[in-house]
Design a protein around this ligand. Structure first.
Ligand SMILES: Cc1cc2nc3c(=O)[nH]c(=O)nc-3n(C[C@H](O)[C@H](O)[C@H](O)COP(=O)(O)OP(=O)(O)OC[C@H]3O[C@@H](n4cnc5c(N)ncnc54)[C@H](O)[C@@H]3O)c2cc1C
Length: 342
């Protein structure tokens, strides 16, 4: 059985930033990723731009430049992550999912599975950098599993001159509705609220969506929830009028948020707090209530209703964890980073 000092789980931006720091600190570690590096960005719609500026999402001290000096697209960023991995010669076991983490005789026993083989490793310390958006929030209505219904927007070209119902009213839904409209789709928007939450929508998106809704270029169905989806239409129930509305749709795009998968933390004995199963941890070191088990990145927020923990405010976790692993004092900037406080 392979044994190491630290097992790092997850190769999103924060996992990769941690790997560089572990390597620089000379620690013996094993890095495991269930998919390809930067997996979370791979399912963003093509061309999606970060809303954070490049300096806030750059990692390991390596500048992130874009062709037009604008915000990075997901393609820019994935290229950047590949370059970081090559530059620092990071070894990452990709397409290997960690299936369990358990405390065993004062150490951690970590089980994984690749397409072909199960593996077992032992480690003194484990870091969970597993993110907060493992899968989309499900819409439990009949028809949600049909082939033209998806949580992920594909290339906008595919929706040209098609009737698309977008369900949701936050940033992802609004951004998708705008991009689909500009790609020539006929867009409707179903949102459970009586109006869009103007204060939480990105400031460069809201005026445009508000204008297009006002002019009915995008058809709004406020105070509605889908109750059934068929191959050609969606039934929306109006919470305002108590009536059902039939909206024809060739495609249905569900943009109703994502949930974190805190299974590994739970298995290992980490206290998970409601709402959202955010893990209990010491903000000075990022160590959880399980000795030797650390959390980093957006995993600290669990499933977030209102996003307060982003990658851009998680870089500080790296220094705290490496200081704790190497027996140093926590960096000076250490302060509580509980999701409600950022
Ligand atoms: C459309 C969109 C736009 C966004 N824009 C921004 C932005 O502008 N700024 C910002 O700060 N944030 C933004 N975010 C949030 C952003 O996705 C996260 O901030 C960022 O990805 C978090 O990085 P992370 O390393 O914490 O987690 P992730 O990037 O989610 O990485 C977690 C990794 O862990 C792996 N993993 C999970 N479970 C296992 C397992 N059991 N075994 C092995 N590996 C596992 C996953 O495959 C994944 O690669 C955006 C999110 C979305 C959906």
């Amino acid at each position: 059985m392979f044994s190491t000092d630290v097992i790092l789980i997850g190769a999103g931006p924060i996992g990769i930033e941690l790997a560089v720091a572990l390597k620089r600190a000379g620690l013996d570690y094993l890095h495991i990723e269930a998919h390809q590096i930067g997996h979370t960005m791979t399912w963003w719609p093509p061309g999606t731009r970060w809303f954070s500026s490049s300096d806030r999402i750059s990692i390991a001290g390596v500048p992130l430049h874009t062709l037009d000096q604008g915000k990075a697209t997901r393609e820019d960023y994935l290229r950047y992550l590949r370059a970081i991995v090559e530059q620092f010669d990071l070894s990452i076991r990709t397409y290997e999912a960690v299936t369990s983490v358990r405390v065993d005789d004062g150490e951690f026993l970590v089980h994984t599975a690749t397409r072909t083989h199960p593996h077992t490793y032992r480690a003194h310390r484990v870091i969970l950098a597993t993110g907060g958006t493992a899968r989309p929030r499900s819409l439990n209505v009949p028809g949600a599993e049909l082939a033209h219904v998806s949580h992920y927007m594909q290339d906008p070209h595919l929706y040209f001159r098609q009737r698309v119902l977008v369900v949701g009213g936050k940033n992802s839904a609004v951004e998708s509705a705008l991009r689909l409209h500009h790609a020539g789709a006929r867009v409707s928007l179903s949102y459970r609220g009586a109006e869009l939450p103007a204060k939480t929508i990105k400031y460069w998106l809201y005026p445009e969506i508000a204008g297009l809704i006002k002019s009915r270029a995008i058809t709004p169905y406020f105070s509605t929830v889908p109750t059934q989806i068929t191959s050609s239409a969606v039934t929306l129930h109006s919470n305002a009028t108590r009536e059902d509305i039939e909206v024809p749709a060739d495609f249905v795009l569900l943009q109703i948020g994502y949930v974190a998968d805190m299974t590994l933390a739970r298995m290992a004995g980490v206290d998970l707090q409601e709402p959202g199963e955010s893990p209990a941890f010491d903000p000075k070191t990022m160590e959880t209530n399980v000795k030797g088990l650390y959390v980093a990145g957006t995993a600290i927020g669990g499933t977030q209703e209102k996003f307060g923990v982003f990658m851009e405010n998680c870089h500080v976790h790296v220094g705290r964890i490496v200081a704790s692993l190497t027996g140093q004092e926590p960096p000076r900037e250490a302060k509580s980073l509980l999701p409600t406080e950022v």
